[in-house]
Design a protein around this ligand. Structure first.
Ligand SMILES: *Cc1c(COP(=O)(O)O)cnc(C)c1O
Length: 230
C-alpha cells in the first residue's frame, strides 16, 4: 500500500476506535512519526493531508525540517532530550512531548526564539515504572507540572507515555487506564491539559479506548524505518 492508502486505513481505524468511546475522531490527533524515513515519504504523507510529524533525533530532524520548509508542517519532538541540543529543539519544533526534567524545560524556555509562539510541551511519564524506560514517576508529575507554570515561553499541554513493550493487551490496557486516571487527576487539580499522548502502531486502538487524544504512528504509516540515524 502507498503512504496515502496507509494513511486512509489508519484514519478509518482511528474513527472506529473513537466511535466505540463516543468520541469525534477529529478530536484525536495523529502524529506521523517520520524518524528513519526519507523526505519523499514525508512529502507523500503531507500531500495526502497529514500535517503533523514527529521526530526523535535532533540532527536528523533539523535536516529534514530545513529541507521541508516549503510545507506547513507542525513538528513534534518525541525523542530523549540532551542538554546540548535544547537550542536546536527550541528553534525548530512546535511541540516537545518528552519533558522529564525542569532543567531541560528551563533551557527550552530561555532558548525559545522571541519571534515564535510559546513551545507546546508534554510531560513524559514512565507509567509502568519500568527501569529501562524514560519518563518520570507518576507521583512526580503534579509537582513538575506546577513548577513548569513559571516558564512563560512554554505551554504545558498534557502528558505523554510510551507503552510497556508487551504483547499482552490486558497489561497494555491496564497501563493506558492508569495513565488516563493520572491525566484526569491532574485536570481535577487545576492543570489546563488538552493532550494525552499515547498509542503507537501496534496499540493505538487500545490507547484511544482508554482516552488518548493523540496517537503517534510510524511503521504502520511509512513501513520499516532505517535504524541508522545521523
Ligand atoms: C518511534 C516512536 C513512535 C512510533 O512507533 P511505531 O511503532 O513505528 O508506530 C511513537 N512514539 C515514540 C516516542 C517513538 O519513539
Amino acid at each position: 500500500m502507498s503512504v496515502a492508502e496507509q494513511l486512509q486505513a489508519i484514519h478509518a481505524d482511528i474513527a472506529e476506535a473513537a466511535a466505540l468511546v463516543h468520541k469525534n475522531p477529529d478530536d484525536i490527533a495523529l502524529i506521523a512519526v517520520s524518524k528513519g524515513q526519507p523526505l519523499e515519504k514525508i512529502r507523500a504523507a503531507f500531500d495526502a493531508g497529514q500535517k503533523t510529524f514527529g521526530e526523535n533525533y535532533v540532527q536528523e530532524a533539523v535536516q529534514k525540517i530545513t529541507a521541508l520548509q516549503d510545507l506547513a508542517i507542525e513538528w513534534h519532538f518525541i525523542g530523549t532530550i540532551q542538554s546540548n541540543k535544547t537550542k536546536l529543539i527550541a528553534e525548530h519544533f512546535d511541540w516537545v512531548q518528552t519533558i522529564t526534567r525542569f532543567k531541560d524545560a528551563q533551557r527550552l524556555n530561555d532558548q525559545r526564539p522571541e519571534a515564535l509562539s510559546p513551545l507546546n510541551i508534554c510531560i513524559e511519564v514512565n507509567i509502568s515504572e519500568d527501569p529501562n524506560k524514560t519518563g518520570i514517576a507518576p507521583e512526580a508529575v503534579l509537582d513538575l507540572a506546577q513548577s513548569l507554570t513559571a516558564l512563560p515561553r512554554l505551554k504545558l499541554r498534557g502528558l505523554m507515555t510510551i507503552a510497556k513493550l508487551t504483547i499482552d493487551p490486558v497489561e497494555q490496557a491496564f497501563f493506558f487506564d492508569k495513565m488516563a486516571a493520572l491525566y484526569q487527576d491532574c485536570c481535577h487539580k487545576g492543570c489546563a491539559f488538552d493532550t494525552l499522548s499515547m498509542g503507537m502502531s501496534g496499540d493505538f486502538a487500545l490507547a484511544i479506548a482508554a482516552g488518548s487524544t493523540c496517537v503517534r504512528i510510524g511503521t504502520r504509516l511509512f513501513g520499516q524505518r532505517k535504524t541508522n540515524h545521523g
